[in-house]
Design a protein around this ligand. Sequence first.
Ligand code: HEM
Length: 120
Amino acid sequence: MLKTLHLIFILLSLGSFIGRVILSEIKPILLELKAIKIAPHIINSFLIVSGFSLVFQGGWLSSDFGWIIAKLVALLAYIALGILVLRLKGQNKWLAFAAAMLCLAYIGAVAVTKNSFFFL
Ligand code: HEM
């Protein structure tokens, strides 16, 4: 149940991010709307709260929790890159977007494998 909610918030977070990137290209004025400004913060807060709840529900802190730290660090990078994407223009914007997507893929892969170095 909690994991399903976590997964739903991940999809909503991704959807709201991509939606804002599209708006920044076709109708940036809409990004000034209060609802569009606030909604991602609410979704991302629920995503983080559901993640922390899963940590406690699964008792993950009593085992090897390096993968959770890796998820948090990559999450910070994803948030910072997301802010950059909406501020930058041209090639740099798309480089930041690609890096943000890589962070998200890394977070997902770490969550599934429970191994921060799953690629080695
Ligand atoms: C963009 C952010 C995040 C993404 C993309 C993400 C992705 C995922 C995915 C795909 C799963 C399912 C793994 C599986 O079923 O094997 C999962 C589970 C989980 N996530 Fe996240 N997550 C994010 C944020 C967080 C945060 C911030 C935390 C906590 C600090 C967290 C902690 C957990 C825990 C503890 C599980 C449960 C693992 C299990 O019981 O198998 N997640 N996450």
